[in-house]
Design a protein around this ligand. Structure first.
Ligand SMILES: [Zn+2]
Length: 307
């Protein structure tokens, strides 16, 4: 948190503080379809991530536990975890479908820790490494998140973080920062829109155009190992646009490219191999991407290339 400009303090954190008294007033009791609580000792798997143990050491008496098909949850209140568990499985299916791959062998579940108290969350932030954009922390396949009961629809935060978890399962050796963040933004914006549409909320995915003078050159963007603290917003927007451009130019090529880069193939040769003559070099890609990145598409997302 400290190295970031104050405008990147997660909105959810601020709202939690502002709306805290409301949370008491409207806390419902768990419904009939609440996520069943499982004793810690009876969970099907333990989290090998040492951060998990540290999270559960913060007010240890508050934590309850539960499981669904792909996730294990550590939570405080049933009414908070129940809708989140439905949403998490939804996002898992969306991302797996987007990757057009069979899930990797093995039945490892990802652990999700849901904090409700801002004070607990701040204590945890000093231990973990905060991802500035979302206010969530994903680390070695586990997810730590602050969920405010009084503020249910907090944008695409959960989808973004679930996308990271799924990517980690498919590509455990790691993928470049821009591709990981860009894909998480790309897939979660679309997923958020369809999740809300399914529940009759008017929602359209929105991809942010970038002013030409703000564009980070692709050689720099693709070499970054973390979002640059002075250009966080541009980094996320541009990475999302680049993934969207590559995926909509040719989906099959994009997936081949993803596999190649995840095997640590240099981006130039991965581009040539995956897209043939279309992008013979990173410079050629940049020339075509520039136009796409700086165009405002209004409220709906459009395909690249225009046929
Ligand atoms: Zn992220």
């Amino acid at each position: 948190m400290m190295r970031l400009p104050s405008k990147f303090v997660p909105a959810s954190l601020l709202l939690t503080i502002a709306l805290a008294p409301l949370a008491f007033a409207q806390a419902p009791s768990p419904g009939l379809n609440a996520l069943p609580e499982v004793e810690f000792s009876r969970l099907s798997q333990r989290d090998p991530n040492p951060l998990g143990e540290k999270a559960l050491a913060i007010h240890p008496e508050q934590w309850k536990h539960g499981e669904t098909e792909h996730f294990i949850y550590h939570f405080v209140d049933s009414f908070v975890v129940t809708p989140l568990s439905v949403e998490a499985e939804f996002h898992y299916r969306v991302v797996a479908k987007e990757l057009q791959r069979e899930p990797p062998a093995g039945d490892t579940k990802s652990h999700i820790y849901i904090f409700q108290q801002p004070a607990d969350w701040r204590q945890f932030q000093t231990i973990g490494k905060l991802e500035p954009w979302t206010g969530g922390i994903h680390s070695q396949g586990s997810l730590f998140i602050l969920r405010d009961p009084a503020y249910k629809f907090s944008g695409n935060v959960l989808g973004h973080e679930i996308a990271h978890l799924v990517m980690h399962r498919y590509y455990p050796d790691g993928i470049p920062c821009w591709l990981d963040e860009g894909f998480a933004q790309y897939v979660s914006k679309g997923a958020r829109a369809s999740y809300q549409r399914a529940r009759n909320y008017i929602s359209k995915a929105h991809s942010q155009a970038i002013a030409a003078e703000n564009l980070i050159p692709l050689t720099a963007l693709t070499a970054m190992t973390s979002p640059p603290s002075d250009r966080v917003e541009t980094f996320y927007d541009e990475s999302e646009r680049l993934v969207r451009f590559l995926a909509s130019t040719d989906k099959e090529s994009f997936l081949t490219f993803l596999d190649a880069v995840a095997r640590h193939q240099p981006i130039d040769s991965a581009l040539v191999q995956s897209y043939n003559e279309k992008f013979p070099t990173l410079t050629a890609l940049e020339e075509q991407f520039r136009q796409y990145a700086t165009t405002e598409f209004g409220t709906s997302l459009q395909q690249a290339g225009g046929g």
